[in-house]
Design a binder for this molecule. Structure first.
Ligand code: SF4
Length: 418
């Protein structure tokens, strides 16, 4: 099938939706970029969201915070730029280890039309070269849940140094847990692929260079703006399914192997042990999950790759696969693997979707936190989609952990029923 030419019907809905805003991404972004600080310019509501989403993961000195826009700012009685400069100066004096500061826009900062890009330029001039100041929006008006990561990484792209002409390199794009990144580095090395970088890097001083010799591979399915920005810098995207499950990981690595002309025998040899181990580990969960009927609400944009994994590797029946946005080009390799009759929906009209879901009485519902509690209360078994973003689930060694995330709620429900 020609990429981007999947012509299946998609139900498009544009009604009320139940999703977190893009501020949520700060929770996994701040753990990855270890010398960055995320300063949300927002309200007390934004501060509460971040605090409760971070939950037990709050460190003694967290690398995120909120500059509160109060009533005086909203009424235009105070100069929000002056206050922001004061907050940033105090923060950077107190936290000299910070090298990269993100000003993160929110609904309130958009409502008062605070120009954070100008603020970031102004503050960068003041604090460079020690600290780089960038901005992006995590507002619920502009972004859902995982789009905050896309906006953050897209803001980094203009900062990436230019690579030497003619230098071929691989760039893996999207936040991955360090343990996953290390496993992938070993696999790329076994394939003989020498120059591999990850975006974002663990330290802001190690921003990867890019240029026309860069091939990039998306590790997450929600990075449309970042991909576009990289392509504008001359980098080329390798089309592949996403590295979820044994099949997804194999095809994802194969896209790189083909671009680097790795002989098929070497590819099979380099991936054999991990592939076989992962296949054995998920077989246990296939016994528990095969034939179970699953309904996925739109939330994280991981839904289509997850549905492919659940259907093809665990034998689950897909009732509906919802996604907040469908990027047909990036999703083409995934769509080609989904059963032809899978009902796909894009966007949300939550009441209508709940009606469809209840009518089909699924064994398992994958949804956001806001829907999970009422659905559980009415007797359904749910899986929180946010957990799939917080947990390392990519690549071979995590394939069984991913399967287990879906088996666990069904096992718990069975135990409660006994
Ligand atoms: S950015 Fe908007 S949606 Fe997100 S917590 Fe703040 S006010 Fe709420």
């Amino acid at each position: 099938m020609v990429p981007g030419c999947d012509t299946r019907e998609v139900l498009r809905e544009r009604g009320q939706r139940e999703v977190f805003c893009g501020l949520t991404g700060i929770i996994w972004l701040h753990r990855k970029i270890q010398d960055a600080f995320f300063l949300v310019v927002g309200s007390r509501t934004c501060a509460h969201l971040i605090q409760s989403a971070a939950g037990v993961m709050i460190f003694a000195e967290p690398r995120f915070g909120t500059a509160i826009i109060d009533e005086r700012d909203l009424a235009g009685l105070a100069d929000a730029n002056d206050e922001l400069d004061r907050v940033v100066t105090r923060l950077l004096e107190r936290r000299p280890e910070i090298r990269l500061l993100f000003l993160v826009g929110s609904c309130p900062s958009e409502v008062i039309k605070l120009d954070l890009s100008r603020a970031a330029q102004r503050l960068s001039r003041t604090f460079s070269p020690k600290v780089r100041v960038l901005n992006y929006s995590g507002s619920g008006i502009e972004t859902t849940f995982t789009q905050g990561e896309d906006a953050c990484l897209a803001s980094l792209v203009p900062e990436l140094p230019q690579a030497d002409a003619g230098k071929n390199a691989l760039l893996v794009v999207g936040v991955l847990a360090d343990v996953v990144e290390d496993q992938l580095r070993r696999l790329f090395s076994a394939l003989g692929i020498g120059s591999v970088d990850f975006l974002p890097p663990r330290q802001s001083a190690h921003l990867p260079a890019i240029g026309p010799g860069t091939h990039f591979l998306l590790a997450q399915p929600y990075l449309a703006d970042t991909a576009r920005a990289l392509e504008e810098r001359g980098a080329k995207r390798l089309a592949a399914p996403f590295p979820l499950g044994v099949e997804g990981t194999t095809l994802w690595l194969k896209a790189v192997a083909d671009a680097w002309s790795v002989p098929p025998g070497r590819f099979l040899e380099a991936t054999k042990a991990a592939r076989e181990r992962a296949a054995r580990a998920i077989a246990v969960y296939r016994q528990q999950l095969a034939g179970k009927r699953v309904f996925l609400f739109p939330d994280s944009q991981l839904e289509i790759p997850l549905a492919r994994f659940l259907s093809r590797e665990l034998g689950m029946e897909l009732l509906e696969v919802g996604t907040p946005f469908l990027h047909r080009t990036h999703m083409a390799p995934e769509l080609a693997l989904l059963p032809r009759d899978t009902r796909l929906s894009e966007g949300q009209d939550v009441e209508k979707q709940l009606d469809r879901c209840r009518a089909q009485a699924p064994d398992l519902i994958v949804c956001g936190l806001g829907l999970a509690n009422p659905l559980e209360a009415s007797g359904f078994t749910t899986k929180w989609s946010i957990e799939l973003v917080f947990t390392p689930v990519q690549a071979y060694e995590q394939a069984a952990d991913l399967a287990e995330l879906f088996a666990r709620p069904l096992v718990r429900r069975m135990r409660l029923a006994v």
